[in-house]
Design a protein around this ligand. Sequence first.
Ligand SMILES: [Zn+2]
Length: 57
Amino acid sequence: MKCKSQVEIKDPAITQTARGGFMAKGTCPHHPETTVCAMMSKDNAEKAIKAGAKKAY
Ligand SMILES: [Zn+2]
């Protein structure tokens, strides 16, 4: 799926995985019907939340 490599996520919500990792979930800015997600470090997750991402964990 081409959106997999997307670094940009529209309206991201930060969630935590069962293993304690962090993930940003949102919509592809180019394909509004497509949900994309990206693994992220705790650091980046906290940064994203400070920058306005939804905290979903
Ligand atoms: Zn896309």
